[in-house]
Design a protein around this ligand. Structure first.
Ligand SMILES: [Zn+2]
Length: 440
């Protein structure tokens, strides 16, 4: 017997062979997609399902993949806005992060997960502290995540063995990597070029190579970052120095990529580095606008991320999808740049690639894990529905999500979370994290 059948859906599969199926159905068994088709296939016609959902024309599509997040930072949502980046980071964010306790971080993770599930994100790549503890919360919530703690090595006598990032990676690999039938993955992580020296990058890269991990980094977010790197490394850009030290010889997912040279883009394409475009965060901090049109032309894999909620201020990936398309058009004066399907691919197929999960999620395809969402089309802004892809990219908001499924399990349905106590999550952020953020 099937676990779940969804019928009468306008399905966006993101499978190149047939990207859209009108009035189709999806069957799920054992956490995987048994079929995605026009009608229930003959071999499944008699077996029935534990539950059948009539989508009544609603859009069913792959769950969104947030390829760059710091979920815990939602405890700082709205705490420090409209500052210059250096003032924001050094005078506002870092001092709070220095005070945040493990419990405050975990409260933020719970709230962040609740928000993601309700706005259609089913998998995220997170870089922050306390990841082994966060892994427990993630497993219980049912969501999927790649977890890392970016290494920062600013001191002269940095001890990599005693470092928290090194220890967290070891703990993740020992206790959580591939747990939850593969829902959790450990990532290696270098915070950024400007926060550690090359010998540290090489050690992180070696750990990634040894364990077959993706390395999650911040790359070329600001002009200052690129300029200071060139001053430090004989005129070489962050992309060039990372490449020379072999860091791109294993899979790398690089957040931002705002300030790249033509040669940088060629290197990213050749080395198959994913550029994670974070348009809202880059605009809000006035870092600039990544040239994803050129990256796409040269064949770079482009995914999307929200970055942390201190610089966004939410986890609604539908905003990033729409902005990615609009910014590419507006900056190039070409409305054909980054069509809707390409923008949606960034939040699904390309995000899966960024996470090392391209054979697991990102498409609604037989044999893939059943990670999907449903969008309510019975709203004024979703009608009429000429093209489900255009509706999802240019009209939909996270609040149109009415069903979120990960590995076949319903985690959110019509305003209710099945695994997260959202009232408790909000109360804990208020009682545990807010006083610490405010320094009380
Ligand atoms: Zn970030």
């Amino acid at each position: 017997m099937l676990d779940l059948i969804i019928k009468n859906a306008n399905i966006i599969t993101m499978d190149e062979r047939r990207p859209v199926i009108r009035g189709g159905c999806v069957g799920i068994v054992g956490g995987k997609l048994a079929f995605v088709s026009e009608a229930v296939p003959a071999e499944h016609a008699q077996e029935g399902a534990k539950r059948t959902i009539n989508a009544k024309g609603n859009i069913v599509m792959p769950g969104l993949i947030n390829a760059h997040a710091h979920a815990a930072m939602c405890v700082m949502r709205g705490y420090a806005d409209d500052y210059r980046l250096d003032e924001w980071l050094f005078n506002k964010i870092f001092p709070v992060e220095g005070r945040l306790t493990r419990e405050a971080v975990l409260a933020g993770v719970r709230l962040g997960i609740a928000e993601m599930l309700a706005s259609g994100t089913t998998s995220f790549s997170d870089m922050y502290s306390n990841q082994p503890a966060a892994a427990g919360i993630i497993l219980k919530s049912g969501i999927r995540a790649n977890l890392s703690n970016g290494i920062i090595a600013l001191s002269e006598n940095f001890d990599i063995e005693a470092d928290r990032s090194t220890k967290e990676l070891a703990a993740l690999l020992r206790d959580h990597h591939l747990a939850g039938s593969g829902r959790i993955r450990a990532d290696a992580s270098i915070h950024a070029e400007y926060t550690s020296p090359p010998w540290v990058w090489e050690r992180v890269h070696a750990a990634a190579a040894e364990n077959g991990l993706v390395t999650h980094i911040h790359l070329c977010e600001t002009v200052k970052e690129a300029d200071e790197c060139k001053a430090r490394h004989g005129g070489k850009t962050p992309v060039e120095v990372f490449s020379e030290h072999g860091i791109f010889d294993t899979p790398v997912s690089a957040a931002h990529c705002v300030h790249l040279t033509e040669n940088d883009i060629r290197i990213l394409a050749e080395k198959k580095v994913t550029a994670v475009h974070c348009p809202v965060s880059n605009l809000k901090l006035a870092s600039g606008i990544a040239n994803i049109r050129r990256m796409a032309e040269l064949g770079v894999n482009i995914a999307l991320g929200t970055d942390g909620c201190a610089s966004n201020n939410d986890h609604d990936l539908f905003e990033e999808i729409k902005l990615a398309a609009l910014l590419a058009k507006g900056t190039s004066l070409d409305p054909t740049a980054i069509p809707a399907y390409e923008a949606l691919k960034m939040a699904t197929v390309n995000g899966a690639k960024a996470q090392g999960r391209e054979n697991e999620i990102g498409q609604l395809k037989e044999g893939f894990d059943a990670d999907l969402i449903m969008l309510d089309i019975n709203k004024p802004r979703m009608q009429p529905l000429y093209d489900p892809i255009a509706a999802a990219v240019y009209a939909a908001k996270g609040s149109d999500v009415c069903l979120t499924v990960v590995q076949g399990k319903i985690l959110y349905e019509n305003g209710e979370w099945t695994t997260v106590d959202v009232e408790k999550a909000i109360a804990e952020v208020k009682s545990i994290a807010v006083p610490i953020v405010l320094g009380r």
